[in-house]
Design a binder for this molecule. Structure first.
Ligand code: SAH
Length: 233
């Protein structure tokens, strides 16, 4: 069974976008995963096909209407659909490699992309949407966030990555940032490749990489090394 993604958006033309190229694009063509982009506006009921309205209580901007979104969600994800329903949102739980791995192991995802000031709280509650953030910054819409999430998931699907091992040794998979990489030429603008890497001594190389990983993590992301719960759990 392949991973089935459905994106609800006011800009379906943004999909598959970058995911139509490279590894993800090839996997899409091969049927390893599927992607449907649904136009939310098709579920508006009035003459002007309105999807948003002014915020109750006043304030700037517009809010996406609960009734229109509910219709779109019910069409995309009828009762019995086992796929999680996600809402891309800066208020959501920050996306982690752990959640990405869980999603990749599941049947797919239905992903709602917000626009304007966001969406009416009642549809989040009524349809049990899981809010997911891709970081502490504000995008103009959920579409780039959905592309980021799907990119991270699709590369983990069986057969997508040429070299499966490289997927397991990466940053976050073992609570460490990855060690630095080098390749030819041997000398670049006076900078040499660290000698240990050309020693051919695999034990030493592994030890060096581990030490580099730990030093880098300590300097940049000490939170990953702290005992107990991390952002990756
Ligand atoms: N007023 C909102 C921001 C709305 S940004 C607030 O302050 O929380 C418009 C839409 O972009 C959001 O509904 C969401 O779908 C998307 N978005 C913005 N930043 C995001 C982020 N960091 N992660 C995921 N989605 C984001």
């Amino acid at each position: 069974m392949s991973f089935s993604a459905c994106v609800l958006t006011l800009y379906p033309e943004m999909f598959p976008g970058a995911l139509g190229l490279s590894l993800a694009g090839r996997a899409l063509e091969a049927g390893t995963w599927s992607l449907e982009a649904i136009q939310i506006r098709d579920f508006a009921t009035d003459r002007h096909r309105t999807v948003d309205d002014t915020p109750a209580g006043g304030g700037a901007g517009m809010v996406m209407r609960a009734d229109v979104l509910a219709k779109a969600i019910d069409h995309a994800s009828p009762e019995g659909d086992l796929r999680p329903r996600l809402l891309m949102s800066p208020r959501g739980k920050p996306l982690t490699q752990r959640r990405v791995r869980e999603l990749a192991a599941g049947p797919g995802a239905v992903i709602l992309c917000g626009r304007f000031e966001g969406v009416d709280q009642r549809v989040i509650d009524a349809r049990g949407l899981e809010e997911v953030s891709i970081g502490d910054f504000i995008l103009s819409g959920g579409e780039p966030a959905a592309l980021v999430l799907l990119d991270a998931v699709v590369r983990l699907l069986p057969g997508v990555m040429g070299n499966a091992v490289s997927g397991e040794e990466e940053s976050f998979e073992n609570r460490l940032l990855e060690h630095p990489h080098y390749t030819r030429p041997q000398e670049f603008e006076g900078r040499e490749i660290p000698v240990v890497l050309i020693s051919g001594n695999h034990k030493k190389i592994a030890a060096w990489r581990r030490a580099e990983s730990e030093a880098l993590t300590r300097a940049r992301r000490p939170d990953l090394l702290e005992n107990g719960k991390t952002n990756n759990d």
